[in-house]
Design a protein around this ligand. Structure first.
Ligand SMILES: Cc1cc2nc3c(=O)[nH]c(=O)nc-3n(C[C@H](O)[C@H](O)[C@H](O)COP(=O)(O)OP(=O)(O)OC[C@H]3O[C@@H](n4cnc5c(N)ncnc54)[C@H](O)[C@@H]3O)c2cc1C
Length: 229
């Protein structure tokens, strides 16, 4: 599909939110957690693309949103960040199997991410809360100024008693949870017999989380991963 940029919001010093309209259709529907693949105009090989999770709250929309961190030495993001409202870009339809599982189960929904790994959780958490699930979000960043959607998560925690937000900071001096996300979700999951656990973000965090969740006795029916590289 061909997307036109409708809005760009600089969310943090390195992260921007890009909004798009689909040229071919007024509305777009996707499964909570899916991503689209974007293409640089110079890339001729049909396999060349970069993937971005859809960051919309709602899965039926007339404007897609992605949340992207600039990698100054990267191939694609410097180009993406040079685009302006009105520019167009080629994209795939929404794809991916890292989606919210609606089936009933005994425990809470636990979402674990770092940085822009938060993107797919916006629609997944919206869906989980609509189904009256107990939701825990463990969200790691270096500093408070690095957190995308920071007010959104604090407000949601105030509005909805079923939503529990655990900000974690690896470098913020006076953080309540200082360090990495791992001990925080381990303490939430202690004693839980049948949670659903979603992990999203960069490789290192995902690999360590997988090891720790396995060690805690959880299995592949209970945890799901989306690795960003
Ligand atoms: C399913 C999925 C969903 C994703 N969703 C998101 C999302 O929502 N938001 C988001 O921000 N990202 C997301 N990503 C990651 C995204 O697809 C890209 O990988 C990312 O934006 C980097 O693209 P790039 O072309 O700028 O960097 P690339 O050029 O691909 O660089 C990738 C890596 O190589 C290193 N590198 C590149 N060039 C050099 C060099 N010359 N010397 C040394 N090291 C180098 C970079 O430091 C980086 O670690 C997702 C990935 C997947 C698989």
């Amino acid at each position: 599909m061909e997307l036109t940029i409708t809005k760009i919001i600089q969310e943090t010093s390195k992260i921007s939110r890009f909004f798009f309209k689909n040229q071919d259709s007024d509305t777009i529907q996707f499964e909570a957690g899916q991503f689209i693949m974007l293409k640089h105009p110079n890339w001729l090989d049909s396999a060349d693309s970069r993937s971005y999770s859809l960051a919309n709250e709602n899965t039926f929309t007339n404007e897609l949103e992605i949340c992207v961190v600039l990698n100054e030495i990267g191939v694609f993001t410097p180009w993406l960040f040079s685009l302006k409202v009105g520019d167009t870009i080629q994209a795939s339809e929404p794809v991916g199997s890292f989606i919210f599982r609606e089936e009933e189960h005994a425990g809470p929904e636990v979402f674990i991410c770092t940085g822009t790994g938060i993107a797919p959780f916006r629609s997944m958490i919206t869906k989980a809360l609509k189904l009256n699930r107990e939701v825990h979000l463990v969200f790691g960043n270096r500093y408070i100024n690095d957190v995308p959607y920071i007010e959104y998560w604090f407000e949601l925690a105030q509005k909805n008693a079923s939503f529990h937000y655990y900000p974690v900071f690896s470098r913020e001096e006076f953080a309540q949870n200082k360090g990495y996300v791992h001990p925080v979700y381990e303490s939430i999951l202690q004693g839980q017999s049948d949670p659903r656990i979603y992990v999203c973000g960069w490789q290192e965090m995902c690999i360590e989380a997988r090891e720790r969740l396995k060690k805690m006795g959880f299995n592949r029916r209970q945890y799901f991963f989306e690795q960003y590289n």
